[in-house]
Ligand binder design. Sequence first.
Ligand SMILES: Nc1ncnc2c1ncn2[C@@H]1O[C@H](COP(=O)(O)OP(=O)(O)O)[C@@H](O)[C@H]1O
Ligand SMILES: CC(C)(COP(=O)(O)O)[C@@H](O)C(=O)NCCC(=O)O
Length: 308
Amino acid sequence: MESEMNYYKFSRAEWANFHAHNFASVTDEELAQLRSLNDVISMDDVKTIYSPLRHLIHIRYKDYQDDERTLAQFLSLSYHSHPFIIGICGSVAVGKSTTARLLQLLLSRAYPDRRIQMITTDGFLYSNAELEKRGILDRKGFPESYDMDLLIHFLNNVKNNNGIVRAPKYSHQIYDIVPGEEEVIDHPDILIVEGINVLQLPSQQPIYISDYFDFSIYVDADPKNIEQWYLERFGMLLDTAFTDPTNYYYQYAIGNRDDAFKMAKEVWRDVNLKNLNEYILPTKNRADVILHKTANHLIDQVALRKFN
Ligand SMILES: Nc1ncnc2c1ncn2[C@@H]1O[C@H](COP(=O)(O)OP(=O)(O)O)[C@@H](O)[C@H]1O
Ligand SMILES: CC(C)(COP(=O)(O)O)[C@@H](O)C(=O)NCCC(=O)O
């Protein structure tokens, strides 16, 4: 069966036609703020791909608010808005956090009086010490390496406006949860949640995390390209680790570079690619929108879900 039969598919050029001219655009200066590591998102991508995407999100956000008002009326309750939650899914190193940051900026520009926050599910990974205790340190990123209970409670608290909501913080530099630091989510109107697991249906819980998402995006690409982006990011992590012995990559940074890359290639093959094929890719068809990237992160196709 064709895996994406429930989607309209558009080439880059076709999708660009849905550009919304009345939306504020971002400046080069603001784009420069977005660049993480080797990130080179172009203005053309913003206009061609992200501007129509933002317009679509605007429509869905409006529908969501209308639905909430209608339900409040039906229940004879006074209307209180609940955060609109956007999920961004895809492989390790496919560009989820970059997409999330870009959307956060675009939505902040579109709704200057609204609070748009973002978070990654990396913070819900068990600490390395806990992974080691469970004997699953080599399974980082796989479903069992996340505290899904904590993630569901986090989403439930945010959705229900239960005060300021805190979450643990993960750092790629120390390759672990950062002790004593936390992410603070303070009554957002829109929350963007990015992570490899946002569309997964965990077997243990009666509630799915996807129940909390009002719009979802899957970032897709050929695994060969993703491997290259993973290795490029690894190279950049090495370059920044030289001067910092507390950095997880320090030993690799001061050692033989070829050996370091050999290790990274093995980790890609044995951990992240495996995780992609077994647990991440099968969730692609739950997304509202699939952004397909080709070489150099160029988005060449956009798929839009037809029926829910
Ligand atoms: N649109 C883009 N253009 C150029 N580089 C990008 C783009 N998106 C991501 N990257 C780069 O690819 C790598 C992985 O991106 P990242 O956002 O960290 O992925 P993820 O959050 O999915 O792990 C990073 O080095 C990042 O700078
Ligand atoms: C923390 C992660 C699970 C999540 O990755 P992200 O999507 O943030 O790139 C991943 O970066 C990771 O550490 N995977 C385990 C194998 C490895 O790359 O070291």
